[in-house]
Design a protein around this ligand. Structure first.
Ligand SMILES: [Zn+2]
Length: 397
């Protein structure tokens, strides 16, 4: 058995499967990568080889909301024998990462042998967040959200044929969503990652859609699962990206579950509200270090961008409705609004006091910004000066 899975035999079997399904092996005229396509396009679907997001030039096939895409995927996989499992908490505190970033983290306890391995086909919607997104996304970023959902199917100890069956299930699921599978280019790759229990082999396929990376299908082997060598099928797609690829608006944020709200409010503001709501629902408290610092950082970006010092009940309700569906958690709306607004207020007060060159006392930081305005006027800051400074901070409330 153990000689069965090696890079060469797996790549031959993948090739046989794909060519049997009318995919042709090609070499990209720009980056030279080998990929599979159903068309005779000369370049792979990579962003730079396509000269950007060329999918946006295609007519939208179906404009689905992110919730509809969620429901469709769930319905399709569950009626095909997959069991939906609960996602991990946003903060995972494991050895390699602080925040959940991939669906496969849901079976981490099984991988480590801390709970018995399930061998049925699993489906998970994993809310995720990468710390780099807070460090790098600007108001102009139109292709990434602060928080996102990784939809993954996971199977522990599958044969390679079973992995190919999962690939089949994804192909039919994507075409039911409204994708034409022939629009994808599939780029095979192999890697030798290590999740902390020793290196293992990974054969992967990248799903590219005219410049947009939609997902990956990984078959892991020689991997230690619960103390024994085994295999793992892990196929994951980005929910927001899947929705964007279908609806093809200029900005991925226009596809968030916020509906018409996107027409009247800056979407980066809602994106941050959505992230802070998820953080609060995950019982993360704002603080100065570790994961807590990321909540504080999100609030600071909100304030620094001139989005004001409070979120509305309506915005938070839209976000909790969505995350409730994804996480199965039943949050207290009032508690979340209070927590976010307290941190926004603190961040706003600091910015205002810094601009006025006033040393912030811890007392001042805790005030509601409007109480701070009153206090500052009492202490002799002129009404006109305060108005000027607030105007300069581009406060839009
Ligand atoms: Zn290329």
């Amino acid at each position: 058995m153990e000689t069965e899975n090696n890079p060469e035999t797996l790549s031959n079997r993948l090739n046989a499967y794909l060519t049997g399904n009318k995919w042709t092996k090609l070499r990209c005229g720009r980056c030279d990568v080998q990929y599979y396509s159903k068309t005779d396009e000369r370049f792979c679907g990579d962003f730079s080889c396509q000269g950007g997001y060329s999918f946006l030039q295609h007519k939208p096939k179906k404009n689905r909301t992110i919730s509809e895409v969620t429901n469709d995927l769930e319905k399709h996989f569950c009626s095909n024998g997959y069991s939906k499992i609960s996602p991990r908490d946003l903060v995972v505190h494991d050895s390699t990462t602080i925040f959940a970033t991939a669906g496969v983290q849901c079976v981490e306890r099984m991988i480590k042998g801390e709970e018995p391995s399930r061998i049925d086909s699993l489906l998970v919607f994993q809310p995720s967040f990468r710390t780099q997104t807070l460090d790098t996304l600007s108001a102009e970023t139109r292709d990434s959200c602060y928080a996102f959902v990784n939809v993954a199917t996971i199977h522990l100890h599958p044969t390679f044929d079973e992995h190919l069956k999962h690939l089949d299930d994804w192909m039919s699921s994507l075409s039911r969503l409204g994708y034409y599978v022939g629009d994808f280019s599939l780029v095979p790759y192999s890697k030798t990652p290590d999740w902390g229990s020793g290196p293992f082999q990974k054969q992967g396929i990248l799903f590219l859609f005219h410049g947009l990376e939609l997902g990956v299908a990984n078959f892991c082997y020689d991997i230690t699962l619960g103390g024994v060598k085994g295999t793992l099928s892990d196929i994951g797609f980005g929910l927001e990206r899947l929705t964007w690829g279908l609806g093809k608006r200029d900005d991925i944020h226009d596809h968030l579950e916020v509906g018409e709200y996107s027409l009247i409010a800056p979407m980066q503001r809602y994106d941050l509200t959505r992230l802070m709501t998820l953080m609060s629902m995950s019982e993360l408290k704002p603080g100065n270090r570790g994961p807590e610092y990321r909540f504080r950082q999100a609030a600071k970006i909100f304030v620094d961008n001139g989005f004001g010092y409070s979120v509305s009940e309506k915005e938070v309700r839209i976000a909790t409705d969505f995350w409730e569906k994804i996480t199965g958690k039943n949050p207290s709306l009032g508690g979340i609004i209070c927590e976010i607004n307290a941190e926004l207020g603190r961040s706003f007060n600091l910015l205002l006091l810094r601009t006025l060159k006033i040393e912030p006392s811890s007392e001042m930081q805790k005030l509601h910004p409007e109480e701070l305005f009153r206090l500052l006027i009492q202490r002799g800051v002129s009404h006109r000066k305060l108005k000027e400074v607030l105007g300069g901070l581009h406060v839009r409330v």
